[in-house]
Design a protein around this ligand. Structure first.
Ligand SMILES: Cc1cc2nc3c(=O)[nH]c(=O)nc-3n(C[C@H](O)[C@H](O)[C@H](O)COP(=O)(O)OP(=O)(O)OC[C@H]3O[C@@H](n4cnc5c(N)ncnc54)[C@H](O)[C@@H]3O)c2cc1C
Length: 445
């Protein structure tokens, strides 16, 4: 009898953990991804701020799964699906039949309907975006060094981060360290420590998903790194010259800034939308698909949806957050569900998420953490963060390399991957598919 065909769409946290959970199963697994690598998104901000190189946070999917004999990895972008004939269709027209499908294609950055801001304020979701942000940050200091115009220099030395969740906090904290420590002695005309960093968010405090006391710790640490937090504000405009925002109901404030970075949120687009259309699945306002308690789509017991793509309520009735643990646990649960089905078991126990906690790093030896309900901050939280991130890096070589680099960084304050790559002008933004297209934006006068 032909083996049961499992197709996994996406080799991120959800897809990879699903594939691994099927390693000994009597099934034929195909993992499809539009990239040939797994990206460890939690360390992307380290690439964006020059601490790590892209290769440190990525691992080729083919090599991760090379010993898993029942699994093949294929490169391709999924563009459509026929759930009736159980077929996924790729962008290039190829199609693949499945008996069970696990969809883990993740989420994308969301600009709240202002997609025109994307070119001026890159977000942090892919390796290309991380290197574009690194380019933007480092280029700003170079441009400030060359210009003799005071206002222009001020604008180049002003950095705005929109969104004060973990990514925004991590980015702005790292910016503070770059300005105050890493680059302190590197320039002649400018004093990098005069750089201004502004962190904006519509919520009343930074790290809204963390307990209030940890938010307060994070805010104090940010202030110590020279970051000005501005919460309860709404961004109304972003253009090449800066950002406009206002307090709810208040007057619009304008901040000239040549570097604006977006950490404002994510939503489901791309294949996730097609999947919802083809299966008639309900979606929430951010496009996540509502799933059954066993993570399958209503009416399609053979289609599992996991990770950022799925909307699933936790024990408190609130939707599970878009974090790596939810995706990993969901992926492994879906794989076990397929096996249980093959073994003839019915009525599986619903998916139960084990919340191990939240972590956000603010800077060198500074983090906040909620681990199994215990609240930590400062050095101890940072050590936990270090341990957890190294543990979960998928390949041993990455773990060793990253650990050595962090040790070096910790002792020297340096950032070894401080490279300006791509076009030698500001504002290089990645194409979704390829390297860079440069937006028309002048260098220093
Ligand atoms: C900057 C940043 C920092 C983060 N920090 C943390 C953190 O500290 N802790 C934490 O727990 N979580 C963190 N997260 C969130 C976490 O990374 C996500 O929740 C997690 O990656 C979701 O896993 P996933 O498998 O659903 O999707 P992803 O990991 O995003 O994987 C989706 C995969 O699908 C592929 N794909 C997408 N569309 C297609 C298509 N049409 N065809 C083929 N392949 C496709 C993509 O190439 C990708 O490999 C962070 C996220 C970001 C962006």
């Amino acid at each position: 009898m032909a083996a049961h065909r499992v197709i996994i769409l996406g080799g991120g946290f959800g897809g990879l953990y699903a594939a691994r959970a099927l390693r000994k199963a009597p099934v034929e697994v195909t993992l499809l991804d539009r990239r040939n690598f797994h990206l460890f998104q939690p360390l992307l901000y380290q690439v964006a701020t020059g601490s790590l190189s892209p290769g440190d946070v990525c691992a080729p999917l083919r090599s991760i799964l090379r010993r898993q004999k029942n699994t093949r990895v294929l490169l391709g972008e999924v563009s459509d699906l026929d759930p009736r004939t159980r077929k996924v269709i790729l962008h290039d027209g190829a199609s693949f039949d499945y008996d069970s499908l696990i969809v883990a294609t993740g989420s994308e950055s969301f600009y709240f309907g202002n997609d025109q801001w994307r070119v001026f304020a890159p977000s942090l979701k892919s390796v290309e975006e991380a290197t574009a942000i690194r380019h933007k940050i480092l280029y700003a200091f170079e441009a400030a060094e060359r210009t003799t115009d005071v206002d222009e220099r001020r604008a180049w030395l002003t950095f705005v981060v929109v969104g004060a969740g973990p990514t925004g906090v991590e980015l702005s904290g790292a910016l503070g360290e770059i300005a105050r420590q890493t680059l302190k002695h590197d320039f002649r005309a400018i004093d990098p420590t005069e750089a201004r960093i502004l962190l904006l968010d519509g919520a009343p405090r930074v790290l809204m998903t963390f307990p209030e006391d940890l938010s307060a710790h994070a805010e104090r640490s940010l202030v110590g790194l020279g970051v000005r937090t501005c919460t309860g504000v709404l961004v109304t405009e972003i253009d090449p010259q800066g950002v406009s925002f206002r307090e709810h109901g208040g007057a619009v404030e304008r901040q000239a800034a040549r570097t604006v970075l977006w950490a404002g949120g994510v939503h489901v687009a791309g294949f996730g939308r097609i999947l919802a259309q083809r299966t008639g699945a309900q979606t929430d306002p951010s496009g996540r698909l509502l799933v059954n308690p066993d993570l399958t789509l209503p009416g399609y017991p053979e289609i599992y949806v996991v990770g950022d793509l799925a909307k699933f309520a936790g024990p408190d009735g609130r939707p599970l957050p878009g974090v790596a643990q939810v995706a990993m646990q969901g992926g492994a649960y879906a794989a076990r569900g397929i096996l249980a089905h093959l073994e003839g078991h019915q009525n599986r126990r619903p998916f139960h998420y084990i919340d191990k906690g939240d972590l956000a790093v603010i800077g060198r030896a500074s983090a906040v953490a909620r681990i199994f309900g215990v609240r930590l901050h400062g050095l101890i939280a940072w050590l936990v963060w270090l341990f957890v991130h190294i543990m979960y890096l998928v390949q041993f070589e990455n773990r060793v390399l990253v650990f050595i680099q962090w040790g070096f960084l910790y002792l020297t304050f340096s950032r070894g991957a401080r490279l300006i790559t791509g076009s030698p002008s500001n504002g290089a933004v990645p194409n979704r598919e390829g390297p860079f297209e440069t937006i028309g934006h002048e260098g220093p006068s």
